[in-house]
Write a protein that binds this ligand. Structure first.
Ligand code: MN
Ligand code: MN
Length: 462
């Protein structure tokens, strides 16, 4: 290839053809840590718990108002046990801004309804209401676990976990046998499995002491729940119980280049940020890591990224230096660390191949998200992209630009616009995912590591 040709054309290379032998080892080692995080951080609450454990191990302490904050101080603030913010105080004052990475730890799932239990034809069931964007047909006839919290009448919070331990039973939603699915298989995919059909089988044995009454199977299941957790049926009213796939993260592909697992969106970026903030030395600018909740349903609510919880935390930090919050925000920079779709050669028709992120091409920047003409997107500026482009080049971060699918094919959103609305320069960057939002998503190990490296590079930037 002539030098001029080389200079003028933009060409991308598979990441494995670029990285060094040593870095290949770093990729694999990093992903071992990620897999074990994914297998523990199964819900937003469990992700916060596990992140605090890892952070405390690395010297982070719970933030308290008025505590002394000096360069190198590592603190975290939990938002009602469902979201988490961590920071390492930098050498520069906060009016020069902070470097933020914001991911989310909630994932598409099924939630138990507030009155979930019923019995029909001597089978007991739990009714569910799905959370986030799912294809309902993917959730039937697979092993499921139940995790969450039940607040009892006296205010005690009881943690529930069914299915995580290999000796536990799993919960399953039934599907029709093909033999009798003549009508079902003709329905459009969106209608084949109704939302109200996502009912988990809870039990099938009638209570043996209660021979006369109705709902004897449900009664027997309630007895089991009461024995194990001390809960009664009314306690479901004040419960958050989440149903997730019982599918541990595993290497995928004969070359083990990928990881299959539930909830890569967005724990793959959340772990990258968490590991990055744990691994950095005292940065020039204060580093902030956000693990948000409620992204999958619009970042609403007290634990979502639209909540003032973030302002409260950063303004508490600013107070310690007599800095105004808005001065800090206008000089801050945020990577909205979230996944995007990976180009899937089995379904090429939904993507513009030239612009879609690809597996093994590194962390994917998304200048904009949204749908129908970038609607609902913060659309990062050329300057913002330019800044990261230089930073990544100088620090050996393998990256690509990615657009989620073809124009007018669909779209999506992240927390980016809520960060940008705060007068913070923001851009999306994260791992490309195959089968995104399914019970068993796939990511490439190289991309996971490069997302970590990208965030670490931002944190270490002056
Ligand atoms: Mn996401
Ligand atoms: Mn998502």
């Amino acid at each position: 290839m002539s030098d001029l040709r080389k200079k003028l054309f933009y060409s991308q290379k598979n990441g494995w053809d670029i990285i060094s032998k040593e870095e290949k080892q770093a990729v694999l080692a990093y992903c071992e840590g990620y897999k074990s995080f994914l297998n523990t951080a199964k819900t937003e609450r469990l992700a916060v718990k596990e992140s605090i454990r890892l952070a405390e191990e690395a010297g982070f302490v719970a933030f308290e108002r008025g505590m002394e904050l000096t360069p190198g101080t590592k603190v975290y603030k939990s938002v009602r046990d469902k979201a988490l913010m961590l920071t390492v105080i930098g050498k520069k004052p906060l009016n020069e801004g902070v470097n933020i990475a914001a991911g989310h730890v909630d994932a598409p799932r099924l939630d138990l309804k507030q009155s979930p239990m019923y019995e029909d034809s001597e089978i007991a069931y739990f009714k569910t209401h799905y959370y986030g964007g799912i294809k309902k047909y993917q959730w039937v006839a697979i092993p499921l676990e139940l995790h969450g919290v039940v607040v009892l009448a006296d205010g005690t919070a009881v943690e529930v976990a069914v299915g995580a331990d290999p000796s536990d039973p799993v919960l399953v939603i039934t599907d029709l046998l093909p033999h009798l699915a003549k009508d079902q298989i003709k329905k459009p995919m969106a209608e084949a499995i109704a939302g109200e059909a996502l009912n988990l089988v809870a039990g099938s044995v009638p209570d043996d002491e209660d021979e006369e009454g109705s709902d004897r199977v449900k009664y027997a299941v309630l007895k089991i729940l009461n024995e194990k957790y001390g809960i009664v049926e009314e306690d479901f009213l004040s419960a958050e119980l989440e149903v997730i796939p019982s599918l541990p993260a595993r290497d995928a592909g004969l070359d083990r280049s990928m990881i299959a697992g539930y909830g890569h969106d967005d724990r793959v970026c959340s772990y990258a940020e968490l590991k990055a903030i744990i691994d950095i030395d005292t940065p020039e600018k204060t580093a902030v890591c956000i693990l948000a909740d409620k992204e999958e349903i619009g970042s609403e609510g007290v634990t979502g990224m639209q909540s003032q919880a973030f302002e409260c935390f950063i303004s508490d930090l600013c107070d310690s230096q007599n800095v105004k919050l808005h001065h800090c925000f206008e000089n801050s920079f945020c990577i909205s660390a979230d996944v995007t779709n990976a180009f899937d050669p089995v379904y090429p028709e939904v993507s513009d191949k030239r612009n879609n992120a690809k597996v093994n091409y590194g962390v994917a920047l998304a200048k904009f998200t949204g749908s129908r003409g970038k609607s609902g997107s913060s659309d990062a500026s050329a300057e913002v992209v330019g800044k990261l482009r230089r930073l990544f080049k100088d620090n050996g971060v393998i990256w690509q630009m990615g657009e989620l699918g073809k124009v007018d094919q669909g779209g999506g959103g992240t927390v980016a616009m809520y960060m940008a609305n705060r007068n913070i320069d923001t851009i999306d960057a994260g791992v490309p995912v195959l089968s995104m939002h399914s019970p068993y998503e796939m990511v490439a190990k190289l991309d996971c590591y490069m997302t970590y490296k990208a965030v670490k590079t931002l944190y270490e930037n002056r």
